[in-house]
Design a protein around this ligand. Structure first.
Ligand code: FES
Ligand code: FE
Length: 405
C-alpha cells in the first residue's frame, strides 16, 4: 500500500508500535494496513490455539469439517482409530484444496484435481503414474496440531505452539464441574463482519458498550452495570455463594500469560438478581451442565488463546470465535453447547437457547462495522479508554508485543 494512504505517514511498524499511547485506542493504520495484517498472520494466527469445533460434530470415523482462517483451510477429521486429527487442506501434488464441502464423511480424502488419495490419517495412499522413484511416504498431508479440552477441539498451525498444560492443570476442576467432556454442540451461527478482526476482539473485551448497545443482555447480566453497582452485587454474590462452582479468578490472559504458555482466563460473575441463565427473562433453557446441582445466579467466563472465548451458564455454554478473513473483514462464529444427553424439543428449545446471543451478536456486528467506518475516516484519532475498558487495554498491550515479535 502506498504511504499516501496514510497521509504521508512513513513510519515503520516498529515506530508505530513505539508511538502507541497507553490508555488510548490504537492508530488507524493498525486497522487498515495490509502490511500489519501480514505480520499478524505470522506472529499471531499461525502461532496460537484457536477453537476449531467440537467432537460432537464428527462422531463417526471419516466425519470431517473444515476450519478456515485467513487463507488457511484445515480438515478436522475422525480417523479409523477414533482419534481427532487435523490436516492442512492442501494437496501435496500441486496444492489444490482437497475437501470442498464444509463438512461431510469420507473413506479416503481424494483430491478433485488429479485424484491423489490420502487416508484419514493424512498418508498418501494412491497417486497415479508417478514413477518408481516416487516416495508416497514423503507426501502425506501437512498436519496441524490438535488438542482436546473436554470435547472442544483446539487447533494450532504452529509446529511449536504455546503450551496448554498450565491451563489444563489450573482449570481441571472447572472443566469437571461444567462437564466439558459431556457436552454437545446444539447450534452454531456465523456472523460475517466487515471490519478488522481486532475491532471485533476489542469489542468483546469490554462491557462499556453493553448498556447502550445490548438492552437484552443488560436485563440479565450484572457486568453491564456501572463499576460501583457491579462491585456491590459481586460482593453479595461471593458472600452468599456456596463455592461449588469455582469463584476464584485465574488471570493468565493476554499480557499476563507466562512466556511459552498459551494465555487463558477464568472468572465468575453474578447475573442480575433472580436470573438463572443467559436467556429471555433469565429463565433456565436446558438441563444443568456437568456436576452442577442448582442455579446460583452466576455465569463463568473462560478464554483460551487470543481468538476463542466462552460464557458458561449453569445450563449451557456459548463459545465465540473471532476469525480473521482478510485485513478488512472477519467473522464471529457463535457456538451453543448443552449437556450431551439433552434432547432437542424435549429438554431444550433451540430458539430459546440461542435467542440472547443471536440478538446480542447481531448488534455487536452492527457496532463493530460502525466502529470500522469511523476508524476509516481521515479524522479518526485514538481516543481515551474508560475504566470499564481495562481488559481491552490488556489485549492491546499483548497485541502490540505480539506484533513486535
Ligand atoms: Fe491434488 Fe493434483 S493437485 S492431485
Ligand atoms: Fe457486545
Amino acid at each position: 500500500m502506498a504511504t499516501d494512504e496514510w497521509n504521508g505517514d512513513k513510519r515503520s511498524i516498529e515506530e508505530l508500535i513505539a508511538d502507541y499511547q497507553p490508555g488510548y485506542s490504537m492508530e488507524q493504520r493498525f486497522y487498515k494496513d495490509p502490511e500489519i495484517y501480514k505480520r499478524e498472520i505470522q506472529n499471531i494466527f499461525l502461532k496460537h490455539w484457536v477453537l476449531a469445533g467440537h467432537v460432537s460434530q464428527i462422531p463417526n470415523s471419516g466425519d470431517y469439517f473444515l476450519f478456515e482462517m485467513d487463507k488457511e483451510s484445515v480438515i478436522v477429521i475422525r480417523t479409523r482409530d477414533g482419534e481427532v486429527k487435523a490436516h492442512l487442506n492442501v494437496c501435496r501434488h500441486r496444492g489444490s484444496h482437497i475437501c470442498l464441502e464444509k463438512e461431510g464423511n469420507a473413506k479416503l480424502l481424494t483430491c478433485p484435481y488429479h485424484a491423489w488419495s490420502f487416508d484419514l490419517d493424512g498418508n498418501l495412499v494412491a497417486a497415479r503414474l508417478m514413477g518408481e522413484d516416487f516416495d508416497k511416504s514423503q507426501n502425506g498431508l501437512h498436519p496441524a496440531r490438535v488438542e482436546l479440552v473436554g470435547g472442544l477441539i483446539l487447533v494450532s498451525l504452529s509446529e511449536n505452539p504455546p503450551s496448554l498444560e498450565a491451563m489444563r492443570k489450573d482449570l481441571a476442576d472447572v472443566f469437571e464441574t461444567f462437564g466439558f467432556d459431556k457436552m454437545k454442540l446444539a447450534a452454531s451461527k456465523t456472523f460475517p463482519i466487515a471490519a478488522n478482526w481486532k475491532l471485533a476482539v476489542e469489542n468483546y473485551q469490554e462491557c462499556y458498550h453493553c448498556t447502550p448497545s445490548h438492552q437484552e443482555y443488560a436485563k440479565v447480566h450484572a457486568l453491564a452495570l456501572a463499576p460501583e453497582k457491579f462491585s456491590g452485587l459481586k460482593k453479595d454474590f461471593l458472600e452468599t455463594n456456596d463455592g461449588s462452582i469455582r469463584l476464584g479468578e485465574s488471570n493468565c490472559y493476554f499480557d499476563l500469560a507466562k512466556p511459552g504458555d498459551e494465555g487463558y482466563q477464568y472468572g465468575r460473575n453474578p447475573l442480575l438478581r433472580g436470573m438463572k441463565s443467559g436467556s429471555l427473562g433469565g429463565e433456565a433453557v436446558a438441563p444443568l451442565l456437568g456436576k452442577i446441582r442448582d442455579y446460583d445466579g452466576g455465569a463463568s467466563e473462560f478464554m483460551v488463546g487470543p481468538l476463542s472465548f466462552f460464557l458458561i451458564y449453569n445450563d449451557h455454554m456459548v463459545g465465540y470465535r473471532f476469525v480473521p478473513n482478510a485485513h478488512d473483514r472477519c467473522s464471529c462464529d457463535v457456538f451453543w453447547f448443552v449437556r450431551d444427553d439433552a434432547v432437542e424439543g424435549k429438554d431444550y428449545d433451540l430458539e430459546k437457547l440461542t435467542w440472547l446471543w443471536d440478538i446480542t451478536t447481531q448488534s455487536d456486528e452492527e457496532i463493530i462495522v460502525n466502529n470500522q467506518r469511523g476508524v476509516d475516516s481521515h479524522f479518526y484519532q485514538p481516543g481515551r479508554l474508560s475504566e470499564m475498558e481495562h481488559f481491552e487495554q490488556s489485549f492491546l498491550n499483548w497485541y502490540l508485543a505480539a506484533l513486535k515479535g
